[in-house]
Design a protein around this ligand. Structure first.
Ligand code: AOF
Ligand code: ZN
Length: 368
């Protein structure tokens, strides 16, 4: 098979893997094609919630035609007996002749052992095909496995004059196409995060409202040090559909003069907990990300506002930045964006510029 053909099939496997991105829990969304004589015999993606894995499903589709075929897999086939038996063994047992892998798996239980099982069984193995695209697709999983934190995407919508809106009032900056794109990005994430200021100004739902995709809504995280999230907010009202986590800082000691009075946060903490909201105490963003990674969250989508975006950015925690810019100007009294598409630091590379109707979307990636 030619190198061009390998790239074509691996490209298809990567696009397929995007289908369940953000929906496979702590497991990465992997794509697999089983191909013989240029014909796709089986194609599958890791199932929603993470199992079964991609390879076993693609082999099932190929059935009796699998012997002698080539398997294209976006991540090294697993070698461990986890909740399912190893995919590497399934490929050997099915009589696959060649396996083309995009990325090796950093999971300590796998990391090269999957490839060894295949090679030891006499299967031809090639790795690194479309590795750059694969690293982008599996950025969250790789970040969590190697740096114990989720991959962070910052998203901001700017007016033509670089404003995020007006203080305390909701201003629509981008149109329906750009907003639908944001819902796709939400669906591909494990968690979405905003500051309490955004909640107070917009009373958002922060769910995925595209047809047929509501069940892909990521968990919702609110940075809310003083526990001000209103019990009547859309977020609290929908907590039983999609979880809400309120992040506060650890209680500081009370003012000695009022040592007999209860910290007003305590009453709010109880009321929020009673409503089904989880309260998380952390000392800074780095600790928050560590806790989220421990829970299997690989991708975090940060949607604002200005202060939250600036905090992540200046802490060096923004791996990807997506800026949409609409045609309207806000002018005097506007809330200035901390980031601009024409003024990104050197270590951010623009990897996409796209128009959605009258709006422009720019995607930047930080070179690591
Ligand atoms: C594959 N194919 O489609 C995926 C893989 O909890 P378990 O037992 O399901 O194992 C999770 C690990 O499996 C995960 O950390 C990663 O190493 C691998 N994911 N492997 O062969 C797949 N999703
Ligand atoms: Zn597997």
């Amino acid at each position: 098979m030619s190198a061009a053909e390998d790239r074509r099939f691996m490209g298809a496997a990567l696009r397929l893997s995007r289908w369940h991105s953000g929906a496979t829990g702590a497991n990465p969304s992997v794509g697999c094609l089983v191909v013989k004589d240029g014909k796709i015999l089986g194609a599958a993606v890791t199932a929603i919630c993470g199992r079964p894995h991609a390879e076993t499903q693609a082999l099932d589709f190929a059935g009796e035609e699998a012997p002698g075929a080539t398997a294209y897999v976006t991540l090294e086939p697993c070698s461990h007996y986890g909740k399912t038996p190893p995919c590497a063994n399934a490929l050997v047992d099915a009589g696959i002749a060649r396996v083309v892998v995009c990325l090796t798996d950093p999971d300590a239980r796998v990391s090269g052992r999957g490839l060894s099982i295949l090679r030891d069984a006499g299967i031809a193995v090639d790795t690194g095909v479309l590795a750059e695209e694969g690293r982008r697709m599996l950025a969250g999983y790789l970040m969590r496995k190697t740096k114990q934190r989720p991959h962070v995407t910052l998203k901001l919508a700017l007016s033509a004059d670089g404003m995020l809106g007006r203080r305390g009032e909701e201003v629509l900056i981008t149109g329906p196409l750009a907003r639908a794109q944001v819902h796709v990005l939400r669906a591909e994430s494990d968690a979405i995060l905003v500051g309490i200021g955004t909640v107070m100004a917009d009373d958002p739902e922060l769910n995925v409202r595209l047809p047929g995709m509501k069940q892909l809504s990521p968990i919702r995280i609110i940075l809310d040090r003083r526990l001000e999230l209103p019990l009547t907010s859309n977020l609290v009202r929908s907590v039983h559909d999609v979880p809400v986590i309120v992040v506060t800082s650890r209680a500081t000691s009370l003012d000695p003069l009022s040592a007999t009075t209860e910290d007003p946060r305590e009453a709010r903490r109880r009321a929020l907990s009673d409503s089904g909201v989880e309260i998380l105490d952390v000392s800074d963003l780095a600790e928050l990300l560590r806790v989220l990674a421990d829970r299997g969250i690989s991708s975090l989508f940060v949607e604002g506002g200005a202060n939250v975006a600036a905090a992540f950015f200046h802490a060096g925690l923004a791996d990807r930045v997506i800026l949409s810019q609409g045609p309207a100007t806000i002018g005097e009294g506007g809330l200035e964006s901390p980031l601009s598409p024409t003024d990104m630091p050197q270590d951010y590379r623009m990897i996409r510029a796209e128009a959605f109707g009258p709006d422009h979307c720019f995607e930047f990636e930080r070179s690591s």
